[in-house]
Structures are given as C-alpha cells and as structure tokens.
Design a protein around this ligand. Sequence first.
Ligand code: NAP
Length: 248
Amino acid sequence: MKLLEGKVAIITGASKGIGKGIALAFAQHGANVAFTYLSSVEQGLALTAELEALGIKAKGYRSDASDAQQAEELINAVVEDFGRIDCVVNNAGITKDGLLMRMSEDDFNKVIRVNLNSVFNMTKSVQRILLKQRSGSIVNISSVVGVKGNAGQANYAASKAGIIGFTKSVALELGSRNIRCNAVAPGFIETEMTAILDEKTVQGWRDAIPLRRGGQAADVANACVFLASDMSSYISGQVLNVDGGMLT
Ligand code: NAP
C-alpha cells in the first residue's frame, strides 16, 4: 500500500544519511519529492535520478536551511515547481561536539542556527501555504540527545530539545487549521558517518540498546512516512522515539 500517493513533500538535508533514506521511502510510497542539500552537489544530482527512477517527480535544491531568506525562496520555488506542499521534514542538522569547557560561542551558535533556526525558517515560510490548503504535516527530526541530554553535546542537545518545544507549540497554534506537527527522536542510527568509527566502540553502543542493534536510516524514514501520511491524521504535538528502546 502506498501511503503518500499524490502528496508533495519537502525534505531538508537529503543528500545523504537519514535524509536520503527519508526521500527514498517517501518516493517508494508515491510522494513527489523536493529535497535540499548544501555542499553535496553531486550526491544531490545522483539522488534526483534515483528518485525519478521510482516513477515520481523529484527535484533537488541547493539551499541553506539556516538562512531565512533562502528558506522563503525555497518554499516559493517548490510551490512553483510542484503546485502544492503537503509535508515538510526538517532533517538538516550538524554537530560540533566538545565539552562545555572547550566549546566556543561560535560552535554553540552555529549548531543552534543550522539545527533549530532552520526549523523555524522552514515552518514560518511554509505555514502560509499549509494554512491556505487547510492541511499539512510537519515532521521535525530531533534526537534522543534532545530528550535526555549528552555530555559533550550541550549545543546539539539544546538545539534538539528546542525543536521539541517548537514542535509542540506549532501543533497548538496550527491544529485548528488541520495542520499537524510532530517530532521524531532517533537514537543511534548507523550512516556513512558512523561507518568510519572504530567497530569495537560501535559494537559497545549496539550492545547497550534493548533491540541490540543500531538503527538504519529506513527505521527513521518509516516513522516519518507514518507521520506524513493520513494514517496519523489524529496525531499531533508528539515526539516519536525511534531508538530501539533506548529511552524507556
Ligand atoms: P548527515 O549524514 O551528516 O547528513 C546531514 C544532511 O544535512 C546532509 O544532507 C547535509 O547536506 C544537510 N545539511 C547540513 N547543513 C545544512 C544546511 N545548513 N542546509 C541544508 N542542508 C544542510 O547526518 P544524519 O546522521 O543523516 O542526520 C540527519 C538528521 O538526523 C540530523 O538532524 C541529525 O541531528 C539527526 N539525528 C541523527 C542521528 C544519527 O545517529 N545519525 C541520531 C539522532 C538524530 P550537505 O552534505 O549537502 O551539506
């Protein structure tokens, strides 16, 4: 069963990792996919071809999600190209880890700007389109680290916790217009980034997870498909942990 047939979705930061997994899952479920990237131009082009091969309309846009003006221009371009927007997945994110003692103001601000301001920028720009349509689903990618904190990631945790507060507030503000807003909080997800880590360390992380494995991009993507689809039409303001049971 295709859950997103005929819907138009925007996914930020889809050139690789979890965002790419979300774009592919949305296309497999029949959605037309607009996605963004920032520096990975070649991967963006390759993904467009991969998505189109699934028989849907796809287009990649080079757009910095942390820049309000670019977010506004992106939304206008997607409406121009696709005619409507049904779902936004705010996935773009970065880390700049370090203990507080060594964390510079710049590293704090950069992470907040890319991870949290980006969610504000995209949601603010898309809301007038969703309000006009009187429907829409916004899915914000948070993290278990935003729920419980993590030593060495104060900036990242603050940005991801901020996303949760923002998500719940938007759900309250826009619910009466049939616009839903939820967050997904992934645990340890194995991507290209984690593939380069020491195998023994990674195995230690896997062993500490109740389901005894790291998550795959597809695990997060499936949760996003559900939250973007009409299957979740009475779910808003929630945080869905996709973490193999890590937070119980
Ligand atoms: P990733 O592999 O590093 O991919 C990040 C994506 O975001 C890339 O496509 C990157 O595009 C894009 N991006 C970065 N800055 C951007 C900006 N300013 N504007 C637009 N796009 C930007 O990361 P990931 O592991 O897939 O993570 C995806 C999301 O899941 C992030 O929000 C992350 O915090 C969250 N998350 C990940 C995990 C995990 O275990 N992996 C766990 C919990 C939450 P370019 O390459 O073109 O710059």
